[in-house]
Design a protein around this ligand. Structure first.
Ligand code: ZN
Length: 136
């Protein structure tokens, strides 16, 4: 007998330890039944950098989809991400937020092509733990 294994969401966020507590609490509360997690340096950076069709990060998401059928893909970028040179590369906080918003929009377009029929949510998390929802 084949068992259908399903989780509600797959979450993509950076490996940065400073956000782990905030993110774990947030998503444990939102998805108490659990969720798949792809945690790589830079969050979505390698997804949109490594090529459009076949890259390691995309394959993780495709695997999650095939094994656990999440209906929601949640992308979280964060403040002061070392993979992007940190906050010091931006003049003001809003610039960093806007930049990460553009990165998230690129990832969303790619994922809409590669994994259609998923709801894609995009967020920016600040060092304070505040999560800002972005249109993506
Ligand atoms: Zn980071």
């Amino acid at each position: 007998m084949t068992q259908h294994v399903q989780c509600p969401a797959v979450v993509v966020h950076c490996m940065d330890f400073r956000f782990r507590g905030f993110l774990n609490r947030h998503f444990d509360e939102r998805f108490p039944e659990g969720y798949d997690l792809v945690s790589l340096a830079g969050g979505i950076k390698s997804l949109i950098e490594d090529g459009q069709i076949d890259n390691f990060e995309l394959r993780q998401l495709q695997l999650s989809d095939r094994l656990h059928h999440p209906s929601v893909i949640v992308l979280v970028q964060h403040e002061d991400c070392g993979a992007y040179g940190g906050s010091k590369g931006f003049q003001e906080a809003d610039q960093e937020l806007n930049f990460q918003g553009q990165e998230l929009a690129k990832a969303k377009i790619l994922l809409q092509e590669q994994l259609p029929n998923h709801k894609i949510e995009t967020y920016f998390i600040r060092l304070s733990g505040e999560m800002v929802s972005l249109p993506g």
